[in-house]
Design a protein around this ligand. Structure first.
Ligand code: KIV
Length: 272
């Protein structure tokens, strides 16, 4: 049974702001392909993020940097074809918006036109302010992303918790306010202290969606392959696994292998 406070036929950026003011938490998961997105959407998840984490979980890269705009559009279009209710947010990949606002707008337009996604997400604060504003001016909804920003991994050097020190926490608070003022409809906070994330969520009217940011925010996001246990070697403290698919799938594949080798598959009923 759903614990939603209000039924939404279709989630929009406005629905998310309404959820925050009604005290309803927002559920968000990643998806990168049609079949997964169909299940995630059918389960009533509010927001589907076509994250650049596809670079890690779909393509096997070590970081999110290599994924291209064309590849993000391919993943996003596959997700959009499956979705009936969720809001689909698509990451602008590394290299598609950092150089200047015009390029950022061109990339965002390509995502909206070629994938049918409903909004874009960009990593960063004041450094990307002009790009965020230009995209918003074109009528494209923008979700911000602060805290651990994986596209800057080579600047920071590690994936550890961000904004533990006063100066970084202050910058994060200023950036969050700037993104709200610029017109972003929501903000992701990744891997920051729970107390700081709660403070930011309480200071903004737009929803703050956390990953490794505690329970004082307005919603939660996880990478779907992590929460269903397909990626069994990634074990951060913030991750709750709802399934152990790595082991379940391994058992199924081993059983299939044995059934084929022994001649047990297909049976008389499984042939024409
Ligand atoms: O790419 C992604 O999956 C993300 C989430 C971790 C928020 O940005």
């Amino acid at each position: 049974m759903s614990v939603a406070k209000k039924e939404y036929k279709r989630i929009t950026t406005k629905s998310l702001v309404e959820m925050k003011s009604n005290g309803e938490k927002i559920s968000m998961l990643t998806s990168y392909d049609f079949s997964m997105a169909k299940i995630v959407d059918g389960a009533g998840i509010d927001v589907i993020l076509v994250g650049d984490s596809a670079s890690n979980v779909m393509a096997g890269h070590e970081t999110t940097l290599p994924i291209t705009l064309d590849q993000m559009i391919y993943h996003a279009a596959s997700v959009v074809r499956a979705v009936e209710r969720a809001l689909v947010v698509v990451d602008l990949p590394f290299g598609s918006y950092q150089s200047d606002p015009k390029e950022a707008l061109r990339s965002a337009i390509r995502i909206m036109k070629e994938s049918g996604g409903h909004a874009v997400k960009l990593e960063g604060g004041k450094e990307i302010k002009d790009s965020v504003k230009r995209i918003l001016n074109a009528g494209i909804p923008v979700m911000g992303h602060l805290g651990l920003t994986p596209q800057s991994i080579y600047k920071f050097g590690t994936y550890t918790v961000r904004a533990k020190e006063e100066a970084e926490a202050e910058k994060l608070k200023t950036d969050a306010l700037m993104l709200e003022k610029a017109g972003c409809f929501a903000l992701v906070l990744e891997k920051v202290p729970a107390k700081l994330a709660k403070e930011v969520a309480e200071s903004l009217t737009i929803p703050v969606i956390g990953i490794g940011a505690g329970n004082g925010v307005d919603g939660q996001v996880l990478v779907v392959h992590d929460m269903i246990g397909m990626t069994h070697e990634f074990n951060p403290r913030f991750l709750r696994r709802y399934l152990d698919l790595y082991h379940e799938m391994t058992k199924a594949f081993e059983q299939y292998r044995d059934d084929v080798k022994s001649g047990n598959f297909p049976s008389d009923e499984e042939q024409y």
